[in-house]
Design a protein around this ligand. Structure first.
Ligand code: UTP
Length: 401
């Protein structure tokens, strides 16, 4: 009934051939699937065209330095009062790095093990020592890597962090569909699906019941960051102080672009709201536009380290986020039950983007940080933003590998 109303009856095409256990598992999967992704795909509910883009002034390093002491004091006060928590986004597939298992379990060390998760916890421990208390840490995993991630933390004694301050939650999965909108089967008894993008984190956190912790503890801001930056500065009191003093609903750490052509998303305003414009959406006129002092106005790239004010997130979570469709090669089982691994894109995956959460909020403070001290992304196996470049930056920052 459910399936026929959605045009997805084919999901049961091998039902008669399945074992009892496989049947139960398939039915459970179907019943826990959010079909709204498929409906939005069939209704071509794609993100709207971009609105009017305008520059958004960033707080630059010189200004931050001149006010650093006062900003730090304000941030530390909020940390000491337990008003700030951290959210680690570790639900991604990390396909570009090409390793099996969660990206955070990757060992970037040379002469000793230095796991990515370990690096992040070491950085968070700097704050714990500074503010004299453990900070709540929410870790988003996905169905694909949850078990391995939790086992890894346990096996390493949470890298010295107090486990009673750590909360794992799984991000929602989105079904993957064929070109004509039919959900693909990855086996006779299981549907193809993928994590629903880094913009899904707040809804997943709410669904996991973690708002109770946030409300009970009086947490006012969440510092949300990516797993793959091994120099990630987490719960930075100067950043927190700057956002608090600005009165903005959010803050975004940004780095000055290395050149106008750098392939990075840039903070901007879109129809008067904070937003991020992708490098491929920018015209040359935008890339090179300068202000009265000759400074480029679209010059600050995002590094996926945001501060969000909780009541504003709650308000925004009632809004429908744009859903992005990505045309991908998705292995599937054909009508004969044979596994097919396509060499061309054959279907669609669905993702929410964290940028769209920013846009749902009224204001954002872009906060400039020193690239070499805070940004060492591990995205690729080699070349740019790779294990080698990240290692070089770690060594430059005095971190023994
Ligand atoms: P990326 O956009 O780099 O994606 O994620 P990825 O999945 O890690 O890597 P590729 O593109 O497959 O190579 C940026 C951050 O967002 C998280 C990632 O774990 C990383 O911290 N993320 C991404 C999620 O938590 N969930 C997602 O569905 C996607």
């Amino acid at each position: 009934m459910l399936l026929s109303s959605k045009g997805q009856e084919h999901l049961l095409q091998f039902y008669d051939q399945l074992s009892e256990e496989e049947r139960d598992s398939l039915i459970h999967e179907i019943l826990s699937t959010d079909f709204s992704y498929v409906t939005r795909f069939s209704e071509k509910d794609t993100p709207p065209c971009r609105g009017e883009i305008a520059p958004l002034h960033a707080m630059r390093i010189e200004e931050i330095r001149s006010r650093e002491e006062a900003l730090r004091a304000e941030g530390l006060e909020a940390l000491r009062a337990g008003q700030i928590a951290a959210v680690l986004l570790a639900g991604g597939m990390g396909t570009r790095l090409g390793i099996s298992g969660p990206k955070g379990c990757f060992d970037i060390g040379l002469t000793r093990p230095v796991y990515i998760f370990q690096r992040l916890i070491e950085n968070l421990m700097i704050r714990v020592r500074e503010c004299g208390r453990f900070i709540r840490l929410f870790i988003m995993t996905s169905d694909v890597n949850d078990r391995e991630t939790q086992d890894f933390f346990r096996a390493h004694d949470y890298f010295g962090y107090d486990p009673s301050f750590i909360y794992f939650f799984r991000q929602d999965m989105a079904p993957a569909v064929s070109e004509d909108g039919h959900i693909l089967l990855k086996s006779r008894s299981s549907m193809a699906s993928s994590p629903n993008g880094n913009g899904g984190w707040f809804l997943s956190l709410q669904r996991a019941g973690l708002m109770d912790v946030i409300e009970k503890d009086g947490i006012r801001f969440l510092n949300v960051f990516a797993v793959d930056n091994v120099l990630q500065s987490i719960c930075d009191p100067v950043f927190i102080g700057a956002v608090l003093k600005s009165g903005c609903a959010s803050g975004s750490k940004v780095v000055k672009k290395t050149s106008p052509e750098e392939k990075v998303g840039v903070m901007c305003l879109e129809d008067g709201r904070p937003s991020v414009i992708e490098y491929y959406e920018m015209t040359d006129e935008m890339r090179y536009r300068t202000d009265a002092e000759g400074r480029r106005v679209y010059d600050y790239g995002v590094i996926l380290n945001y501060l969000f004010r909780v009541p504003d997130l709650m308000r925004a979570s009632g809004m429908k986020l744009p859903l992005h469709f990505a045309n991908k090669k998705i292995p599937f089982v054909d009508s004969e039950g044979r596994l097919v691994t396509p060499d061309q894109p054959n279907g669609w995956k669905f993702e929410y983007f964290i940028f769209d959460i920013l846009k749902a909020l009224d204001s954002c403070l872009p906060f400039e940080v020193e690239r070499e001290r805070e940004f060492a992304p591990v995205k690729n196996a080699s070349g740019q933003d790779s294990v080698e470049t990240a290692r070089a930056l770690l060594i430059k920052n005095g971190i023994e590998l």
